[in-house]
Design a protein around this ligand. Structure first.
Ligand code: APR
Length: 235
């Protein structure tokens, strides 16, 4: 590692929550092995069969709210680093779980939305939710049934807060991707945006991905993330 960075952007993916008990998308037994993406994660799938989509997110919400699911040492290490680091720090997650905020991360963007939120299709108002939904659930603002959708970004939709993310990427001097396969655009291109402005790029993952980072650290996130960020703090 060269000099200590002053501005850091971290991108996390499903791999950081895997050891908390939430399955990733592209593992052999992952979510996309057992569900058709086009049915449960596209606007067209929702229009065709909203009940199926509601049920998919109901299951995931119920799982997230079980007492067994909690932030792990990697989520905690990122929150600790943010608290102690004296430079700029932005955490961008593709995950729709709430484990980063439960670990006390502060400057956090959920670019793919949040599982514990629903949006009214009439007003675009966003509501916190813990309970199950179905097609008959009445919206809290317009009182109509069938007007609510998960506040999750589906394939073919624009991720959230991209202007803010791009500004941070263009101004950072270190970009770190943790537990993401790099299969989904635009997150898969973040390291290139950062590199153009000469940031150093680091990947922390269980295994090598196809993206070309300057530095790679392999291992389970609960081990590699605390070690990496502790040494960064003292660099
Ligand atoms: N520690 C570190 N990395 C891990 C661990 C672990 N314990 N377990 C798995 N990984 C890595 C895998 O090697 C893989 O590279 O996490 C990555 C998970 O990849 P995906 O399942 O593709 O998840 P992600 O990259 O977050 O997916 C991006 O795809 O379907 C969409 O919207 C969904 O946000 C998601 C997006």
């Amino acid at each position: 590692m060269t000099s200590r960075p002053r501005s850091i952007v971290v991108l996390t993916g499903a791999g950081i929550s895997a050891e908390s008990g939430i399955e990733t998308f592209r593992a052999s037994e992952g979510l996309w092995a057992n569900h058709h993406v086009e049915d449960v994660a596209t606007p067209q799938g929702f229009a065709r069969n909203p009940q199926l989509v509601y049920e998919f997110y109901n299951q995931r919400r119920r799982q997230l709210l079980t007492p067994e699911i909690s932030p792990n040492a990697a989520h905690a290490a990122l929150a600790k680093f943010e608290h102690e680091f004296d430079g700029e720090f932005l955490l961008v997650t593709q995950n729709v779980d709430n484990l980063h905020e439960r670990a006390s991360s502060q400057n956090l963007i959920h670019m793919h939305g949040e599982l514990l939120k629903m949006r009214c299709l009439n007003s675009n108002l966003i509501f916190d939710v813990n309970e199950d939904f179905d097609y008959d659930t009445r919206c809290r603002c317009c009182r109509s049934a069938g007007n609510l959708r998960p506040q999750v970004v589906w394939f073919g939709e624009m991720p959230l807060q991209m202007n803010r993310i791009n500004r941070a990427l263009e101004n950072c001097d270190m970009f770190i991707a943790i537990g993401t396969s790099g299969n989904v655009y635009p997150a898969s291109g973040f390291y290139r945006t950062a590199k153009i402005k000469k940031a150093s790029t680091v990947e922390l993952n269980l295994e090598q991905t196809d993206s070309s980072f300057d530095q790679r650290v392999y291992g389970p996130a609960t081990e590699s993330v605390p070690l990496f960020f502790e040494s960064l703090l003292h660099s």
